[in-house]
Ligand binder design. Structure first.
Ligand code: HEC
Length: 129
């Protein structure tokens, strides 16, 4: 009996965790995101003809395969990531790059605020179609 209660509590906690993760992705405002992207521009250009800087050019990054720009020397971690960038992955990466992809070389501490990440992702997604 006791066991069953514990199991029930664990599964309830798991459900809460899933709900929370989905809620962590608010819609985001691409106009605000463009301004907040300022903290990325030291290392990233984003226009179609922008050069790679410390980091790769991010034009069309949304939906692009991770680590796939032929003219940029990625870390093995990013080169072998094996996924396309979507909202969820961008959110996790920008929140804490070192935790999401250990061994990647984006020397950026991350953005703790959910809304700011959502805005930047909206900008990456919609701002430059
Ligand atoms: C200090 C420099 C620096 C800053 C600041 C920085 N980045 Fe990066 N970023 C990099 C580097 C370097 C890489 C390549 C990492 C690797 O190869 O492991 C990278 C990679 C990326 C990638 C993956 C690109 C690809 O082609 O797969 C994304 C997405 C990204 N950065 C987004 C951002 C965003 C958004 C910000 C601002 C919130 C930001 N970065 C801030 C240096 C930086």
């Amino acid at each position: 009996m006791r066991h069953q209660i514990v199991l029930l509590q664990i599964s309830m906690l798991l459900c809460l965790g899933v709900a929370e993760a989905a809620e962590n992705l608010p819609a985001g405002d691409p106009v605000l995101g463009q301004r907040q992207f300022a903290q990325c521009t030291a290392c990233h250009s984003i226009t179609a003809d922008g050069a790679n800087k410390v980091g790769p050019n991010l034009h069309g990054i949304y939906g692009r395969k991770a680590g796939s720009k032929a003219d940029f020397a990625y870390s093995d971690a990013l080169k072998n990531a094996g996924f396309d960038w979507d909202s969820e992955r961008l959110d996790q990466y920008i929140r804490k790059p070192s935790a999401f992809l250990p061994g990647n070389k984006m020397a950026f501490i991350g953005i703790a605020k959910d809304e700011v990440r959502a805005n930047i992702i909206a900008y990456l997604k919609e701002g430059l179609k």
